[in-house]
Design a protein around this ligand. Structure first.
Ligand SMILES: [Ca+2]
Ligand SMILES: [Ca+2]
Length: 496
């Protein structure tokens, strides 16, 4: 139930009394939902991948970025103040900058920050450090916990529960073998006391592990009734949103999404997995997530999920018990580029941040003014006589270019040239121009490389889809223009 943006740039018309007029240089566009009119306003630009945004106790937006910086943004003026530059922060590919503020701010003005660090012996670690706010800047770092890290696949996201426990979503570090072991911190939701010690009522004594079996979670949020939801990146299939329960096993690496493949069904015979409340194939690359119950009526009681690959804000409407996703809307599709995080103010305004200056920019981005923080706020109501139910146009995923777009483009890019150091170019690929059988076998099985990103296994696609994809890639990017036939795929599959 979503409208297209009006596309008309105009200055904000503040028709609600609670928010002062923005400065004249804030450009505002209108978006109409079924009955609500929204103002969509860029309030900060020229940022570098804001990773985490939090509505602070001082009514400022506290945010971290890809440079290891913590700042705060005055949402009324757009003014940004730097609070901290983390000195021992390390990023080669993907930054890691989650933050949460102490809920008892008056007595404990503290920020908990998770970031990566490289040791003198070149080992990458992931640190949880508590800083104190002295009214101007963040000082006195105290290391609460240190766990293994990696170039990517670190996760992460931090939240604090009502009972004052720190929940920390960690990525799998590409270490699949030990994800199920509570002695290891990766691929988990960890639960800690606010001093970094392990609570007595964790499911495995002496372990921070609260739930396990996650791949790369970057979204973690409590709903109004205290349910905890996590959003994570799948591999070639099945990005997921899950409801996190104590000692839950969420399946990775044996289960992606639901139990539908033969090896997953086999695994399910001996292991109890918890299945997602929502899964996406083709993948959308979900990042930050926040529960919404504000004044935008169409989006009340929903999880707001920012996505990178899909470049959209997903509105996942929940049931009354806040346990299931009952409907999904998509907003701002491809409009602002990759979206990394979302934050909600007490008055019901929503803030989203772009991630177009990260390691994997989409076509046509970054813009000169990227990255940005954008406010979405209710500015009025459509008169009853003028209301229409707006429906989103469904995109078809059957043609060759759609298949490429859904399964290949986010890595190998529109022009097939990939990203140097991360994703190989198809234009210069000896594999793509080489022998059909070897090429098909590679596509079916995927590969794990020590450096760079792994090639996922695409065996879940049909013979027709794979033949269409390979023929498309050859015809667009390779010197070898020979098509690949579905029966060739079928033969290689049978010989596997
Ligand atoms: Ca799962
Ligand atoms: Ca599955």
């Amino acid at each position: 139930m979503l409208a297209a943006l009006s596309g008309v740039a105009a200055f904000a018309m503040a028709s609600f009394g609670y928010r002062p007029k923005p400065l004249p240089d804030f450009k505002t566009e209108k978006l109409e939902l079924d009955s609500t009119i929204l103002d969509v306003t860029t309030i900060a630009e020229n940022l570098n991948v804001p990773w985490e945004m939090i509505w602070g106790p001082d009514n400022m937006i506290w945010f971290t970025d890809h440079d290891g910086k913590v700042s705060k943004l005055n949402p009324k003026t757009g003014h940004v103040t730097e609070l901290l530059q983390i000195k021992d922060y390390y990023r080669k590919r993907l930054g890691l900058m989650s933050m949460v503020l102490h809920p008892d701010w008056k007595t404990h003005p503290q920020a908990f920050i998770n970031y990566t660090h490289i040791q003198p012996d070149s080992v990458i670690v992931s640190k949880l450090v508590r800083y104190t706010y002295n009214g101007k800047v963040l000082i006195d770092p105290v290391l609460l916990k240190q766990i293994p890290g990696y170039l990517g696949h670190n996760g992460s996201r931090l939240v604090i529960s009502k009972d004052r426990k720190l929940l920390w979503a960690t990525g799998d570090l590409k270490q699949k073998e030990t994800i199920r072991d509570p002695a290891f911190a990766h691929g988990k939701v960890l639960r800690l006391n606010l001093d970094g010690t392990i609570p007595n009522d964790n499911p495995h004594p002496g372990s921070a592990s609260w739930a396990m079996g996650f791949r790369v979670p970057q979204g973690l949020t409590f709903t109004k009734n205290g349910n905890l939801f996590i959003a994570e990146h799948g591999d070639a299939t099945d990005d997921e949103v899950n409801l996190v329960v104590k000692n839950g096993d969420y399946g990775w690496p044996y289960m992606a999404g639901f139990s539908d493949l033969p090896e997953e069904k086999e695994h399910a015979k001996t292991h109890k997995s918890t299945f997602p409340v929502k899964a996406w194939t083709p993948t959308i690359a979900p990042a930050g997530m926040e529960y919404y119950n504000g004044n935008i009526s169409e989006w009340r009681n929903a999880l707001l999920l920012s996505t990178l690959k899909d470049q959209s804000l997903r509105i996942l409407k929940l049931d009354a018990d806040q346990e299931e996703v009952v409907a999904e809307d998509i907003a701002f599709s491809k409009q602002f580029g990759r979206l990394r995080d979302v934050c909600v103010s007490p008055s019901g305004d929503i803030y989203i941040s772009t991630s177009n200056r990260d390691w994997n920019p989409p076509a046509n981005f970054p813009l000169k003014t990227d990255d940005r923080i954008i406010r979405i706020s209710k500015s009025g109501v459509i008169p009853k006589s003028r209301r229409t139910v707006k429906t989103r146009q469904e995109t078809k995923h059957s043609g060759a270019s759609e298949l490429y777009q859904n399964f290949c483009q986010s890595c190998h890019k529109t022009d097939g040239r990939g990203v140097v150091g991360s994703f190989p170019s198809l234009v210069t690929s000896a594999r793509l121009s080489g022998d059909n059988e070897a090429l098909i076998a590679f596509l079916l099985k995927g590969s794990q490389s020590a450096s760079g990103e792994a090639m996922p296994a695409f065996g879940f696609l049909s013979d027709d889809q794979l033949a269409t994809l390979l023929s498309y890639a050859r015809s667009n990017f390779s010197t070898n223009k020979n098509t690949v036939k579905p029966d060739e795929i079928s033969r290689v599959r049978a010989n596997k």
